[in-house]
Structure formats: C-alpha cells, structure tokens
Design a protein around this ligand. Structure first.
Ligand SMILES: Nc1ncnc2c1ncn2[C@@H]1O[C@H](COP(=O)(O)OP(=O)(O)OP(=O)(O)O)[C@@H](O)[C@H]1O
Ligand SMILES: [Mg+2]
Length: 258
C-alpha cells in the first residue's frame, strides 16, 4: 500500500444519515479557515452529496471513478469555496468502494503533486473499519444520539485495529439543557459505550442544515464552524474544552451523587 504522508481523516459510521457528509464538509471548512489546503473526497457511490452541499452539481462532470481511470486532477477536482483551498473530488464515476491499494496510491500522488495538507474521506455507511483504517491516519466515528447509531459505532470500533487513532464524534446533539430527548442518549452514556475517546460534539444546527440543503456550504461561517474548528485543533494536539452542553451533563451527574 502506498504510504500516505499527510493527515488523512476518514469520516465513518455504519448508520446512514448521522451526518458523515456534514461533518466532512465542516472539517474541510475549518481546516481552510486555518489556512490549510484540503482535498475533500466524496466516496459515497450511491448519492453525490458533497457537490450538492457546495452547489457544484453542474460542475461535477468527473469524479473519483475518472481519476482512478487516469483522468487528470485539474479536470476532476473542483474548488468549492471562495478561499479556494478546499478542492472537492466528487464521487462521480464510482460504482462501489474503490480498491484500497489503488485509492491509497492515488491519494499519495495527489498529496505529493497538489500539495494538500489534509485529505478528508467522506465514507459511505457500507464501509468497514478495516477499510477506513487502511486509508487514513485517523478515523472519526460519527454518531447521532440515536442508540442504534451508537451500536453502529461500537461495531465499527471493533473492526478498527486497536493501535489506530480512532475517535467518537457526536453529531446533532439537541441544544438546550442536556436533558434526555425521547429516544436520544446523553453524551456521557455514549462516551462510556463507544470504547474510543470523544473528539468533539456538534450540536443540532438549523443554519447548517439550511446551508447544506441550499447548496451554500461554501459560505458557512461563524457559529456553525466553531465545533469543527475545535475538533481540528484537538486532532492537532491542542487541549480544548468540550461543548458547553457538557456542563449540564456534569451538573446532572453531580446531582445524582448521593
Ligand atoms: N449538526 C447538524 N445539525 C443539523 N442538521 C444536520 C447536522 N448534521 C447533519 N445534518 C443534516 O442531516 C442530514 C443527513 O446528514 P448527512 O447527509 O451529512 O448524513 P450522512 O451520514 O452523510 O448520510 P448518508 O447515509 O446519506 O451518507 C442532512 O440533511 C444534513 O443537513
Ligand atoms: Mg453521506
């Protein structure tokens, strides 16, 4: 397998709809905000999500399938933000998950030639932990507060080798007082069950879902980016407090103490 020299982040979860694509998009924007250049790779061969999020469907004529078949990067990769530092490889032309060796070699070549600082892999739900781990330096396992999403993370975690850096990332935590929603889990319950450390919490964000649905991901700023910026900083080794909502969790746990 070609050695990948730079930071490759695999965003994964066996449960559909938990926000892998939203998280991949936000992490790319957060890294760009730091002045880094990012290759965002959409590996969902069923739905072309990222070009939709960035309002770039009309420009996404070629994609990863074409790159793997030998097409030049300049014909495939799309600049999708005003800053121009996030380039998207759409999932066009894929009919399944690519062979990991071929993909690894392709990514290594792109990092070398195009000078990307980071690569974000938006993986489909059918992707295994072994596949995600083989292609990346770090695996982010995304879960909503839905218990079945966390079950998915548990089984994903078991298929990722122990020595691999892998973290739980909670997405769509309802904003508010931290009380249990009808079916939702609390962050501390999720941390205990996930078997891997927590890297960050993204709350339910109406502005984010509107921007993504309207193809305006490239213009996301401010509050929507802060949790993703914190995840990026933690990945780079900085200590950052977890989302404010944790305070409510702590208060709640203290109140349970006899
Ligand atoms: N933090 C959030 N706040 C509000 N809406 C969100 C958040 N994260 C994701 N969403 C919304 O949830 C929906 C599913 O998100 P997304 O497409 O990122 O999930 P996915 O895990 O990639 O799904 P798929 O299984 O289709 O690949 C989208 O409509 C998205 O806008
Ligand atoms: Mg997706």
């Amino acid at each position: 397998m070609a050695e990948l020299k730079k930071g490759v982040i695999a965003v994964s979860s066996p449960k559909g709809g938990v926000g892998r694509s939203a998280v991949s998009c936000l992490l790319s924007l957060a890294l760009e905000r730091q002045g880094q250049s990012v290759l965002l790779v959409d590996l969902d061969f069923c739905i072309h999500t990222q070009d939709f999020f960035f309002g770039a469907e009309d420009r996404a004529l070629f994609g990863l399938g074409d790159l793997l078949a030998g097409r030049q990067a300049e014909e495939v990769l799309l600049a999708v933000t005003d800053g121009g530092r996030v380039r998207l490889c759409p999932s066009v032309g894929l009919d399944g998950l690519p062979d990991p060796q071929a993909l690894s070699a392709l990514l290594a070549g792109l990092i070398e030639r195009e000078g990307f600082d980071w690569v974000i892999l938006d993986l489909p739900s059918s992707c295994t932990g072994e596949y995600a781990a083989a292609l990346s330096h770090v695996v982010l396992m995304v879960s909503s507060t839905d218990p079945t999403a966390l079950l998915g993370v548990q089984s994903l975690s078991q298929s990722i080798p122990d020595e691999k850096d892998a973290y739980l990332l909670i997405n769509r935590l309802p904003l508010g007082d931290g009380q249990r929603t009808k079916q939702g889990m609390r962050p501390h319950e999720m941390i205990d069950l996930a078997q891997r450390p927590l890297i960050g919490i993204l709350h339910e964000d109406g502005a984010l879902s509107c921007a993504l649905a309207g193809g305006r991901a490239g213009s996301l700023t401010g509050d929507s980016l802060v949790p993703a910026l914190n995840v990026v900083l933690r990945l780079q080794g900085e200590q950052r407090l977890l989302f404010e909502g944790m305070r409510d969790e702590k208060r709640h746990r203290r109140s349970l103490d006899p």
